[in-house]
Every structure is written in C-alpha cells, then in structure tokens.
Write a protein of this length. Structure first.
Length: 297
C-alpha cells in the first residue's frame, strides 16, 4: 500500500473514531428547594447539554423515591447521608463506570465536591460548581423558589445552628459557618468542617481532590441569596468578624493547603468564573460557551 494512502486512512480512522465516541457522561446535583427534574431549572439544563453534545448521557440526581422527597431531602436529610446515597448511585450506574463530569448547583456544589473527596470510583474528571457555598454561609438563606420551609429554616439558623439536633437534621445548618466563633464551628459542624479538613487533616480528601482535571467555580456577582458571595470562590470572612472578606488565597485553608487547593492552583486546575447575575442566573449562550464547550464535550 502506498505510504501516503496508509497515512490518510490511519488519520481518517482515528478521527472518525473520536467523532463517534460520545462525550463523557454528566452528573448534576440541584440546589435547595429544587429537584432533579424541574423543567425550568435542571430539566432545562439537561436539555441544553443534550442538544449541544450529541450522544451525551446526563444523570440528574434524585435523592429519594419521588420528586417531593427529593425537594424535602434538600432541607432535612443529613448532608453526609445524601453524599453517601449519591456515591452509591454513581457507583451503580453502568454509564458512569469509565468516569464522569459533575455539575453542582448551589448547595449541590459543595455536596458534589464531597463526593469527589470521599468516593473516587468511578472517577470524577471535571467539577463545576454554580454558586456553591464552599466555605459555608453566614447569612439567612433564601430558597430561590417558593417553599413553605424557608422561613422555618431561617429562624432555626438564627438561634441554634450548632444545636446537635439542628446539625443532624437541617441541611443548611451543616454548612453554616460562624466566623465569630470558629472553634464552635470546627467542633460542631457535622459536614462542612469535615469536608474542608478543618479538624483532622484527611490526606485521602487531598489526594482524591487532586485527581480532578479541573475544579471550576462560578460566582454570581449580583447574588442576593448567598452570604457572603465570595464563598462561591472559596473566600469567606476573616475569622473573628463578619465584615471583611478574604479570598481563598489569603485563607488558612489555602496557606496550609488543607485541601490541596494551593497545589491545584499551581497546576492550573482551579478555574474562577464570574457572571453578572443573581443566584444561578446565566444565559444559555454563556453556559454553552463557557461550560459545555470547554468541559463537557
């Protein structure tokens, strides 16, 4: 066979094979007050991904046996139990056996990060969080959707975020971070203080997080729901007060590299994106250009 013909056929074969190979599957986790399949939120996101990445498999996580349970569990099922349930779902989904990309919306962002840290098999390749509260919240959250539980939750967080029964039974309390009392937060937070390695430095968490190709954090510049908004980029209030906000790079978590984020930063694995909108508000064009085309195809 002519060498030139062989080269052409070789390149054609592998180009064809690459084009016919479907994109890596996607796992999505919704935020507070939402559910897996709301046609106005994650249902819409799923459709956009499928339309722009033909052949892609998208698993929008449902926590519970029904849509109602899925919504309620976002308020009242311990975050650690939710993460454990998702780890089982991901491990038992044959479509994900070779790895997947993950999209976490609002509190689903820090929960999927916990999945990456605790459950490395099957592997998560890219993690994108939209308005995630990675350093927690210190402000009264709004649901973003009409929901009967919101006022009740705001009252509980105001008066007893670190009461044991509140920590165990109220999801939002599990990522409540009081900068005025860091010791109480570290000792009593049942979820966030652990996944942020603020008690015992779990080297497995660091090792697993470093396996990500990219950790993308999307911050909403006009967010009126998350306080402080800088937590969406892993920033937070300087300890001891609730006025001055410091960046991730100025935090002890980064300086001491308690999660491996400093290493990831040096390796170019951390990506910080900003959108001029309120919580979880972005256009389809922005999403396709900045997320689908860059991290999901």
């Amino acid at each position: 066979m002519d060498v030139r013909l062989f080269v052409v056929l070789f390149l054609w074969y592998f180009s064809y094979d690459a084009l016919c190979t479907p994109p890596l599957p996607v796992v999505m986790w919704h935020g507070m007050g939402d559910c897996c399949c709301n046609p106005l939120s994650l249902g819409r996101i799923k459709t956009i991904i499928e339309n722009n990445a033909p052949g892609i498999y998208v698993n929008s996580l449902k926590i519970g046996s029904s849509i109602v349970e899925d919504i309620e569990n976002g308020f009242f099922l311990n975050a650690n139990k939710q993460v454990e349930e998702v780890c089982k779902q991901v491990a038992n989904d044959p479509e994900l056996k070779d790895g997947y990309n993950a999209l976490g919306f609002s509190q689903g962002g820090q929960f999927l990060r916990a999945v990456a840290q605790r459950c490395p098999s099957p592997p998560m390749l890219n993690l994108v969080t939209f308005g995630g509260q990675h350093q927690g919240i210190y402000g009264l959250p709004h649901c973003g959707y009409p929901n009967k539980w919101c006022n009740y939750i705001r009252e509980l967080l105001t008066y007893g975020a670190y009461w044991s029964w509140v920590q165990n039974d109220l999801v939002q309390a599990e990522y409540w971070h009081d900068p005025l009392n860091e010791e109480e937060y570290r000792n009593r937070s049942v979820f966030l203080a652990d996944v942020n390695n603020e008690r015992v430095k779990n080297k497995t968490y660091i090792k697993n997080l470093l396996k990500l190709k990219n950790f993308v954090m999307v911050k909403f510049n006009n967010d009126t729901i998350v306080e402080p908004v800088e937590t969406e980029w892993f920033g937070f209030y300087r300890p001891g007060q609730s006025t001055e906000v410091i960046t991730l790079q100025d935090s002890e978590l980064y300086v001491e590299d308690r999660l491996g984020l400093r290493q990831m930063d040096k390796l170019g694995k951390l990506r910080f994106l900003a959108v001029d909108g309120n919580h979880l508000q972005f256009s389809e064009d922005w999403f396709v250009e900045n997320i689908v085309d860059k991290y999901l195809k």
